[in-house]
Design a binder for this molecule. Structure first.
Ligand SMILES: [Zn+2]
Length: 219
């Protein structure tokens, strides 16, 4: 558990050394602390935009936002080993043939504006001597998506994680994303689809493989 440690500076006591000792002994306190810190911050934002955080409709909003961040950013509390949990299998598979998992829906949050971006990830790899359980790839995608992200990094992190876990001959990841920060503000372009790719190993060397992959995912 790391990074999602938002320490309140509202009244100072959250940062005191005694408090940190207490957290070291009882890690569950950190979650409570994070939740409280986000609630306090949301209340401050509501005041700053001229709202009354005590009016009926807004009373529980800080609580709901803190809970939502807990869900949307839960990737910070996850790690690759736990998620993969040794779900790896040795199989006989045609040499050089690829495994494709397409249309993995994800939701993430852009780190520049803290607004959501959503879309699909398409993952392919060419096994060397092991394959990974099918359900694990969407979970790896989610683990990285549920952090503050930029789509380019998300794409690379998925590819690098697969290299690390299955040591494949090659990996290719394509991520499509529609960014709220582009449709709601700034350029206000609706329906833009951003596409990012990451290639590792054989996919980088062999254009024919990339073409086959694009054909398999219908691009
Ligand atoms: Zn953005």
């Amino acid at each position: 558990m790391n990074t999602l440690t938002v320490q309140s500076n509202g009244n100072g006591h959250h940062n005191s050394p005694e408090h940190l000792d207490e957290i070291a002994e009882h890690p569950e306190l950190m979650l409570i602390d994070t939740h409280t810190a986000i609630e306090e911050s949301v209340r401050e934002i509501l005041c700053a935009v001229g709202e009354d955080p005590n009016r009926d409709g807004l009373l529980r909003t800080p609580h709901r936002v803190a809970k939502m961040y807990g869900e949307l950013l839960e990737g910070y509390t996850q790690d690759l080993d736990t998620i993969v949990n040794n779900a790896m299998f040795e199989v006989e598979y045609g040499e050089g043939e690829m495994v494709v998992v397409a249309d993995i829906e994800y939701g993430s949050m852009c780190e520049h504006h803290m607004l959501p971006f959503v879309g699909k990830a398409h993952v392919a790899y060419i096994p060397r001597d092991k394959v990974i359980g099918l359900s694990k790839i969407p979970r790896i995608v989610d683990m990285f998506a549920r952090r503050l992200q930029v789509q380019e990094r998300l794409t690379n992190e998925i590819a690098d994680a697969l290299v690390q876990v299955i040591d494949p001959v090659g990996v290719m990841v394509v991520v499509e994303g529609q960014h709220s920060c582009a449709s709601l503000r700034g350029v206000e372009k609706h329906g833009l689809n951003m596409i990012t790719t990451a290639q590792r190993g054989e996919f980088r060397a062999n254009p024919g493989l990339r073409e086959e992959y694009y054909r398999l995912i219908g691009k």
